[in-house]
Design a protein around this ligand. Structure first.
Ligand code: URA
Length: 433
């Protein structure tokens, strides 16, 4: 069959066979099918969709396009978590050590940030000396020794996704449920953990703008994971306003350390406990959510989770003294306080805009080759539902070059004030188990 026939078939809304999907991925990875034909097929999928069987086949074809990480050397139950991405989302930095302190084995492959969303590796690299490049054996040994490791990809995992994602990024074909589900799940399945918790975000700062779409994506990914023999749970959470207060790499590491010390922002701490508890229950480490919460609260209170974080930083070459004293993290040349221009109550904060503003001052990348300035970003001093007085600090901005007027206007445009306290949207909307 010529590849053009596959494109036409999907354009006409028909269902692709398992063989056609495998041939597409094999031919594309091997360079036999050109980008322009794959772009056309991707666009046809954006408009026509894929059914559950096609999406599963696509996930499997992508997963099998490269190496598979065999975690059988790791003693204990391996648990992974994934967030579909958001602003201020430093959850992995807290839940990985918390879950490890409760006995889970966290062998986590993480990524870098692009656009308004941050990446776990960039955050960890703001700790002086922290090494995200671990050889496979060193990665396994570290997990066996201390219970967790967070690193960039080892080996050639899911090369199909690297090629396809780059193409989707420049052809307007990222926004497609089957393409997102197969992209995420192929990587999670190739990474080998037996239990996986997916944090699917919705709202202005997320891929999914509505709760319904986020639930549908969560279900789709859960079905794929279970069909592949893994234990999968989904938590659907709000990403309309940034998570916690800090946006920007070193700032988020500081907030993660504060949270591990039991003094993190309320919303972020609440999410960490919920995600951590789902990880323990999904992996079968505890009986139920109540027991999970109790164990997690214990490891926060007795410092065991913080010790796990420290052990990881030490094992990966990072400067552990920053954990004891986060003031030692990189600092921006300038800080500016932005104050409320009138009395009012915050009824909306646009996570996407705030993430983009943080990116513009160095906290993120416009293109994947941009360098990060880890010390830059925004720390919110008020959040949705808070009432402020004129002159009260709304945020502290950490930057290395003077802020432009347009940037400052952008900040104020991202925050809307009204006369009376607005409704805070619940952070956790659905849990699918
Ligand atoms: N994250 C991914 O890894 N893939 C997508 O397609 C979207 C978000």
């Amino acid at each position: 069959m010529r590849f053009v026939d596959t494109i036409v078939k999907k354009r006409e809304g028909k269902t692709l066979s398992t063989e056609e999907i495998r041939e597409w991925i094999r031919g594309y990875v091997q360079g036999q099918i050109p980008d322009y034909q794959v772009s056309a097929l991707l666009m046809a999928i954006v408009f026509q969709g894929m059914d559950a069987r096609e999406t599963y086949d696509l996930t499997m074809a992508m997963m099998n396009s490269g190496d598979l990480l065999d975690l059988s050397q790791i003693r204990g139950v391996t648990v992974d978590k994934h967030s579909t991405g958001g602003v201020g989302d430093k959850t992995t930095l807290v839940v990985a050590p918390m879950a490890a302190a409760c006995g889970a084995k966290i062998a986590k492959m993480s990524g870098r940030g692009l656009g308004h969303t941050g990446g776990t590796l960039d955050k960890l690299e703001s700790i002086p000396g922290f090494n995200c490049f671990l050889e496979k054996q060193a990665f396994f040994d570290q997990v066996n020794r201390i219970g967790l490791a967070i690193a960039g990809q080892t080996g050639n995992l899911v090369p199909a996704d690297k090629k396809l994602y780059a193409l989707r990024d420049v052809t307007g074909t990222v926004d497609s449920m089957p393409l997102i589900a197969s992209s995420i799940m192929s990587k999670k399945l190739a990474s080998g953990s037996s239990a996986i918790v997916l944090d699917v975000k919705y709202g202005s700062g997320a891929f999914m703008k509505t709760l319904e779409d986020a639930v549908a994506l969560g279900r789709e990914m859960m079905d794929i994971g279970r069909a592949a023999g893994r234990k999968v749970s989904v938590i659907v959470t709000d990403m309309d306003e940034p998570l916690g207060c800090a946006i920007g790499n070193a700032l988020e590491v500081k907030e993660a350390i504060d949270t591990l010390c039991g003094r993190g922002p309320e919303d972020f701490t609440h999410l960490c406990l919920a995600v951590g508890s789902l990880m323990l229950v999904t992996a079968g480490i505890v009986r139920d959510e109540k027991q999970a919460q109790k164990r997690l609260e214990e490891v926060l209170a007795n410092g065991a989770a913080l010790e796990k974080f420290k052990a990881m930083v030490r094992a990966q070459g990072g400067d552990v003294s920053v954990v004891d004293d986060p003031r030692r993290l990189p600092k921006s040349r300038m800080t500016t306080e932005l104050r409320a221009r009138q009395d009012g109550c915050i009824d909306h904060m646009d996570a996407m805009n705030l993430g983009t503003l943080a990116m513009q001052i160095g906290a993120g990348r416009r293109t994947k080759d941009d360098a990060i300035e880890p010390e830059t970003g925004i720390v919110l001093r008020a959040k949705v539902g808070d009432c402020v007085k004129e002159g009260q600090v709304l945020a502290q901005v950490c930057h290395n070059v003077p802020l432009e007027q347009e940037w400052i206007h952008g900040f104020y445009d991202s925050i809307s004030l009204s006369g009376s306290p607005g409704q805070r949207r619940p952070l956790i909307r659905e849990i699918l188990t």
